[in-house]
Design a protein around this ligand. Structure first.
Ligand SMILES: [Zn+2]
Length: 263
């Protein structure tokens, strides 16, 4: 019998077996109810997160540059320009730095990666208070238990909204789909629209989509608002840059003060 679905508890079927990191056998399962598609018991994750594997990600800068104007527009327009935001799995901190440069109060949380660009702005709920929303970029395909992960993020931060990036699969269970990326061994969870709806339902949230950006929220947004805000980022982002005060200089001054006090 195959494992049950970690999102809805439904039964699963084997879609295919593949080879991960060129030597580990992987079984891909899909839920017959919500279409959550996942790798059964990925035991190679420690190996997959070694530096050598991370080095093949040449898209990291391009992705962040394309994403931050969209995300800034959503955070400032649908939530608040003065809100507190936490980027889970913040990686090198490039996105947090870009969003702080716009003038948004964004912090990061990442237990696995050394932050390079936003040091000093790690999330600490006791200092910053409850968060308005959580962002998770290129994260959900890496987690083994998405339901528990989102729930933990919301509980730890006090946020009622969760914004994520994700390429949804098309239900065909194509073993050659590029996003499976078996050569790196890090992508282990894949979602269809019905998976996102089920995930939201299990968390008492509603689901809104805008291409590869997705919003799970307990707030009452009109249908289409999220997609429209993302689409209009071309206008909203330049407007934000004029209206908000960038954190570049204040952040620098804060870090200098901290360094002086520590010395
Ligand atoms: Zn399911």
């Amino acid at each position: 019998m195959t494992a049950s679905c970690k999102i809805c508890g439904g039964t699963t079927r084997v879609t295919h077996r593949g080879t991960v990191l060129r030597r580990h056998k992987a079984t891909y399962l899909m839920c017959t109810d919500c279409a959550f598609w996942f790798v059964d018991e990925p035991h190679w994750l420690n190996e997959a997160y070694s530096e050598a594997v991370a080095a093949i990600d040449t898209g990291v800068v391009q992705r962040n540059l394309s994403l931050y104007p969209r995300l800034a527009s959503v955070l400032a327009r649908m939530f608040s320009p003065a809100g507190i935001y936490v980027d889970y799995g913040g990686g090198y901190g490039l996105l947090v730095r870009l969003l702080r440069d716009v003038g948004l109060n964004v912090y990061w949380q990442d237990a696995h990666c050394q932050n390079l660009f936003a040091r000093g702005f790690e999330w600490d709920g006791s200092r910053q208070g409850a968060a308005t929303a959580v962002t998770a970029v290129e994260v959900m395909e890496h987690v083994t238990d998405p339901l528990a992960f989102v729930d933990t993020c919301l509980q730890e931060t006090g946020a009622d909204s969760f914004i994520l990036t994700q390429h949804l699969h098309d239900l065909t269970a194509n073993p050659s789909w590029w996003y499976l990326a078996p050569e790196a061994g890090q992508h282990i969870s894949f979602y269809a629209p019905q998976t996102m709806h089920k995930l939201a339902e299990r968390l008492g949230m509603t689901y809104h989509a805008a291409n590869t950006l997705h919003l799970l929220t307990r707030q009452d947004f009109r249908k289409g608002t999220f997609a429209r805000t993302v689409r209009l980022h071309r206008y909203i982002h330049p407007w934000l840059r004029r209206r908000l005060q960038s954190h570049v200089v204040p952040d620098h001054q804060l870090l200098v003060r901290r360094a002086c006090c520590a010395g």
